[in-house]
Design a protein around this ligand. Structure first.
Ligand SMILES: *Cc1c(COP(=O)(O)O)cnc(C)c1O
Length: 367
């Protein structure tokens, strides 16, 4: 059944293209772009976005294999890097022409065994190195042994080697980031000498693109920037907003002084007032921390604070001073500043707030 929910996330595809062009303008001509569309395109709509920009980027990346399969099912033909494949996914990766990140010996050896058993030749794979994040990847001291293994087979070809900065947005960690970059350069030299050809190198996420031009290498991995954020206000302000989350007023109540609103009676009216019930709750991604006056929505351009606790499927808001009716539009956010403000107020970051918008919310694209 198609989702006909009134609570909807509108995704502006032209804004995505605008943001892509913005980051492209920060790169050398030959630097490739890998667009990160994991987690449903950071909570938006990965497939529409991938279709919109498929001719403007070299690669897509997803975190998990089934996210890549969804792109293939939708007809996306670009190379797709799976950042975090699991042993149980390797056959599916081959079946759907996805390109695995091989980040430890277990997964490297298993993939080679599988590729050899199927007599594959030069299957493109990517090797990740850990240069300080301590999340996924081989260590620099592993290079000789990895290369020995790689040289022993013609079933795979190393399309790229890559690493990830631990604190690319944090200017206080510049020294650490620079050390990561120089370690990655050493790894790359050693790797290239060992295998006799030069795979692509990539290291930068969105903040890395802005802060470390010397680490753009052959390709950059652009994620949050596509969706309008850059971890830095001055850059975010130059990007276009991609996501607008809206709903409508379901019911309006007149509340008498002394009455309570919502679960656990956490709100008691100090005066006679008017509230509206909105069909969006914590199951849709409205964090419970935004309850009890912390968060707000906008109705007819005015702020209406959330009253009482956030329910699973609904919130109640104060519209005592707002002139409005049942079925009027409610804006939860329609710009990056509000998203960042709501993220701050729920003790999180834009990344978590947007990826938490659940699949119950209808997606609608405009371009
Ligand atoms: C998610 C991810 C990115 C994108 O990061 P942004 O900060 O969103 O640009 C890049 N590289 C890796 C390995 C990732 O997991």
């Amino acid at each position: 059944m198609t989702n006909n929910h009134v609570t909807k996330l509108q995704i502006n595809l032209n804004a995505v293209s605008f943001n892509l062009d913005f980051f492209k303008s920060k790169l050398q001509k030959n630097t490739k772009i890998l667009a990160v569309v994991k987690a449903f395109g950071y909570g938006s709509e990965a497939i529409s976005i991938a279709k919109k920009i498929q001719n403007d980027v070299s690669y897509f990346a997803v975190a998990y294999t089934h996210e890549g399969v969804a792109l293939r099912d939708a007809g996306i033909n670009n190379p797709i890097l799976v950042l975090h494949p699991q042993l149980s996914n390797l056959q599916l990766i081959i079946d759907r022409c996805l390109e695995p990140n091989l980040y430890n010996y277990t997964i490297l050896n298993s993939f080679i065994d599988l590729a050899e058993a199927q007599k594959l030749k030069n299957y493109p794979v990517h090797i990740k190195f850990n240069t300080g994040l301590n999340r996924l990847g081989f260590n620099s001291k592993d290079v000789d042994e990895i290369c020995k293994k790689i040289n022993s087979t013609n079933s795979i070809k190393i399309a790229s080697i890559f690493s990830h900065l631990a604190a690319s947005e944090d200017k206080n960690e510049r020294e650490f980031s620079k050390k990561q970059i120089s370690l990655f350069n050493e790894i790359s030299d050693n790797f290239e000498n060992n295998i006799g050809y030069k795979p692509m190198m990539h290291m930068c996420n969105t903040s890395g693109i802005i802060n470390y031009p010397e680490a753009h290498f052959d390709m950059v991995r652009l994620g949050i920037g596509l969706y309008g954020f850059a971890n830095e206000e001055s850059i975010t302000n130059q990007l276009k907003n991609v996501m607008t989350l809206s709903s409508v007023i379901s019911q309006i109540h007149t509340i008498k002084e002394g009455e309570s609103v919502g679960y656990n009676r956490s709100f008691i009216a100090q005066n006679d007032m008017k509230t509206a019930t909105i069909p969006i709750g914590h199951a849709d991604g409205i964090h419970r921390k935004l309850g009890n006056g912390v968060g707000y929505v906008k109705i007819n351009g005015e702020k209406a604070p959330i009253v009482g606790n956030v329910c699973m499927d609904m919130i109640m808001v104060d519209l005592t001073s707002i002139d409005c009716n049942i079925n009027d539009d409610v804006i939860i956010f329609d710009n990056q500043q509000t998203i960042n403000d709501l993220a701050n107020k729920s003790s999180t970051i834009s990344y978590e707030l947007i990826t938490a918008i659940s699949q119950r919310v209808k997606r609608e694209t405009i371009s």
